[in-house]
Design a binder for this molecule. Sequence first.
Ligand SMILES: *Cc1c(COP(=O)(O)O)cnc(C)c1O
Length: 373
Amino acid sequence: MIPFNKPFLTGNETLYISDAVSTGKISGNGKYTKKCQDFFEKKYGFKKTLLTTSCTDALEMCAILANIQQGDEVIVPSFTFVSTALAFVRQGAKIVFADSYFNHPNIDADKIEDLITQKTKAIVVVHYAGIACDMDKIMTIASKNNLLVIEDAAHAIDSYYTDKKGKQQALGSIGHLAAFSFHETKNIIAGEGGMLVMNDERFFQRAEIIWEKGTNRVDFFKGNINQYNWVDIGSSFLPSEIVAAFLWAQIENLSAIQQKRKMLWEHYYSSFSAIQSDEIQLPILPKYATNNGHLFYLIAKNISHRTQLIDRLNENGFHAVFHYQPLHSSPFYKNKNGGRTLMNADKFADCLFRLPLFYELETTEIDKMIALF
Ligand SMILES: *Cc1c(COP(=O)(O)O)cnc(C)c1O
């Protein structure tokens, strides 16, 4: 069976972990944490980053930093993973779910303004499959209405948006805040892991406090104060050095990983383009977006067509999967959603499916899958 995902080990993970262990400092915010954070800040132009134990945690930090209070409204796409909404619900937000485009799973930027009320505090966007949302449009709406933009960039490492002036900007560097994931299903991994990105200096100091259980311990370690105190809310959001050491080995191989994943994605895309029928729809890449080889998806005609295709792939030894169940009609939120329906999110939930994509996959395996269509 060709699995849907296989975590790729670059070879140096255990070497760096044993180095971290031998230094005698294995809790968080040590040498490897700093190396990883510095790398991301320099490479992608993020103003400040903090590693976290997951993308979910980084999103929870975003919700706290955005000062979300009971009754505030946050606009979130429905076609996404639970954490995109959950992090804000925990701070008391009412989620106003937004629909996808008709032909793309990303949030439909033209429908956001209708969802804004006096209570709206933030817009959360998800760059689905690492393909950018229409950020010029979204940032303009946000500044006009004095809202924060938070990028759920869980899929989006090493992917770019070209703004209307023609400047390429890394995803995660555009919104006020962003969150990345290093879960084993993502492009670069740490088992469980994530990162908060801040592109607005207002958040820097408070974020370090929230990260360290609501204390000013980071300031204490910098030698700025002679004891540390409990000064705010927070949690234990920082990962151990063991996680950061693992991630560092992945970072060292980022360009090789990205090259291979993009090659596989292109192979899927060009092969399916050659056999394109009106039965199956290929992913669309807007002019302003790059592809980072995070995931390859197709859109079937309807749910039974999709089931038939996934079954055929599975019977032939290829593990294909579908996702997401739209959050607006989830068991947890359907009664809080005011009875709204989101047609496009429902369509992608019924029709979208993903094919295997991981570093060690071979193009010959892809060719065998294509032959089944
Ligand atoms: C994977 C994922 C998350 C959660 O990431 P974790 O690191 O597992 O917390 C959040 N949002 C999206 C869109 C994801 O795909």
